[in-house]
Design a protein around this ligand. Structure first.
Ligand SMILES: [Zn+2]
Length: 119
């Protein structure tokens, strides 16, 4: 008889991810951090929204595309307002959204992530 028990818990990153990539201004690999600001660009009824990251050495910016050429009507009004307000909780949420980084081909520095578990 087996008493193997499966324990499940969630691992939650505490802070926004750090991106590691080569900075064109520094000329070498550096860390980019979440500035907790969005950039919203409206073009007709299409929207581009980015989360802005910044090189910790020289402040060179890196924009992570959240929405590209998205119809204004397809973005929930409340979320759109949060983008305009640079809602800190929303910038944190996107700063921990693995898919966003994958989509933007941004390498996360996993050594710099502090995790907590909700067990
Ligand atoms: Zn730099």
């Amino acid at each position: 008889m087996s008493y193997l028990k499966k324990i499940e818990y969630e691992i939650i990153p505490k802070d926004s991810f750090w991106v590691i990539r080569s900075c064109s201004k520094c000329g070498r690999k550096t860390h980019f951090k979440n500035t907790k600001k969005f950039r919203v660009n409206a073009n007709g009824n299409k929207l581009d929204i980015w989360l802005i990251y910044q090189c910790e050495e020289c402040k060179h910016t890196l924009n992570l595309a959240i929405y590209e050429r998205q119809k204004v009507s397809s973005i929930p009004k409340e979320e759109y307002q949060s983008f305009l307000d640079n809602n800190e909780r929303l910038t944190e949420r996107y700063g921990k959204n693995m898919q966003l980084f994958r989509k933007n081909k941004a390498d996360i520095d996993f050594d710099r992530i502090k995790f907590e578990t909700n067990k």
